[in-house]
Ligand binder design. Structure first.
Ligand SMILES: Cc1cc2nc3c(=O)[nH]c(=O)nc-3n(C[C@H](O)[C@H](O)[C@H](O)COP(=O)(O)O)c2cc1C
Length: 200
């Protein structure tokens, strides 16, 4: 059975522009894959705790030395990594907030970047352990950034996923959403048409 992992990060929940694009992707994908399974990770509804000294010590600890509290922290990270590994396709709704990715997504990344578990250090540099899979990133932005140095998101998200061994990444951009209602309608229509094509 094909599994799709949907990761939503908009502050505005279902009403977010990125969430509307992920919703549209899922609707089209489910019609094309009636047997497919969709797993939702909503980082706004269920945010993960920031890493702190206690959490990072737990994540760095060796299994035999862990306290039950540390094991509980590691279990959260292990479950997130297993969820990602089990997904054949991943769809990320990516709003632009203050020139960067949502802090909830950064925290999710902090929980799944684990040396020896999701990537390993080798003499040739880091080696991903998650395995490649298709990731669609549906980006919603108030202004225009695509292809400019101010687009911090595309290189960062690509670089991070590459660390895990994920190379097959495709971005869809809905930009200029805060410029005017006409610009927003046009951008959402264009991005939606691309989503329809990719999800089918
Ligand atoms: C807290 C906040 C910060 C934002 N920062 C930026 C920004 O730096 N650049 C930009 O072009 N748009 C910015 N916007 C506009 C969002 O990118 C735009 O509303 C987009 O639709 C967000 O995705 P969402 O609707 O899925 O949440 C910001 C919006 C919010 C709420």
């Amino acid at each position: 059975m094909t599994t799709l992992l949907q990761i939503n990060t908009s502050l505005f929940g279902e009403n977010g522009n990125s969430s509307q694009l992920t919703r549209r992707f899922i609707d089209v994908w489910q019609a094309a894959h009636p047997e497919g399974r969709v797993v939702v990770r909503d980082l706004t509804r269920d945010p993960l705790p920031h890493l702190d000294a206690e959490r990072i010590q737990a994540l760095f600890s060796t299994p035999e030395d862990r306290t039950p509290q540390q094991q509980a922290i590691v279990d959260v990270s292990d479950a997130l990594i297993a969820e990602l590994k089990a997904a054949d396709v991943v769809v990320i709704g990516l709003p632009l907030y203050n020139f960067g990715i949502p802090s909830t997504l950064k925290t999710y990344f902090d929980h799944i970047a684990r040396a020896g578990v999701s990537f390993s250090y080798t003499a040739q540099g880091p080696q991903g352990l998650i395995g490649d899979r298709k990731v669609y990133v549906l980006a919603a932005r108030g202004g225009f950034y695509q292809g400019t140095p101010a687009d911090t998101q595309t290189p960062y998200v690509t670089h991070f996923l590459n660390l895990l061994g994920i190379e097959d990444i495709e971005f869809v951009y809905a930009e200029g959403l805060n410029v005017s209602s006409e610009a927003k309608a046009r951008a959402m229509q264009n991005a939606g048409a691309t989503v329809d094509r990719l999800a089918a």
